[in-house]
Design a protein around this ligand. Structure first.
Ligand code: 5GP
Ligand code: MG
Length: 171
């Protein structure tokens, strides 16, 4: 494994994102929706750097790659958000990686059905090389090359989520 983003770099990026969110959401109390499982560490760090009082935190679970490191090209909602959590709210969806964009686009589509007052996307890592679904990222920590990465919540077959830094797997 090769170190790609150190915990110091990640902390600096998260701090920068939190400052931006505090500025943009100064007059409202947003709802954060984390995409499980990969975004759990990112969301936990982000929300603790934000000074804006968050209205609530929800989680959305989508089908994953499983043991594969290649996208299946499909995404299903496995666990949704409770009724009434999103409607009329200013929502920030917090996702781990946008690769093909298929899962992120599916999650955004799902949340839009609940008629939020606004919906923005905050992403840890952008991997633009293999994009299939067009996705607008409003807040981004880092752009990375087309490598499979682990750590800071990201796994390969459920392992390595606990690593505080982000590593690229050797090909
Ligand atoms: P997409 O639908 O954009 O192709 O894939 C998005 C999801 O695939 C991400 O939310 C993440 O769960 C997973 N994924 C994409 N690239 C990586 C990667 O490099 N490492 C890990 N661990 N997961 C990834
Ligand atoms: Mg994800």
């Amino acid at each position: 494994m090769t170190l790609l983003l150190s915990q110091e770099e990640l902390a600096a990026s998260v701090k920068r994102l939190a400052l931006g969110l505090d500025e943009d959401y100064a007059h409202t109390s947003p709802v954060l929706v984390g995409i499980l499982k990969g975004a759990f560490v990112f969301l936990a760090d982000l929300v603790r750097q934000m000074k804006t009082p968050v209205r609530r935190i929800e989680f959305l679970r989508l089908s994953s790659y499983g043991a594969s490191t290649v996208s299946s090209g499909r995404a299903r909602i496995l666990v949704g958000v409770p009724k009434g959590a999103i409607q009329g709210q200013h929502v920030i969806m917090v996702d781990d990686v946008v690769d093909t964009g298929i899962t992120t686009a599916a999650a955004l589509r799902y949340l839009r059905r609940f008629r939020p007052a606004s919906l923005k996307l905050c992403v840890l890592l952008d991997k633009p090389a293999r994009r299939q679904a067009s996705v607008t990222i409003d807040y981004l920590a880092a752009t990375i090359p087309d490598r499979f990465v682990v750590g800071y919540g990201l796994d390969v077959d459920e392992r390595f989520r606990q690593l505080p830094d982000i590593y690229a797997l050797e090909e």
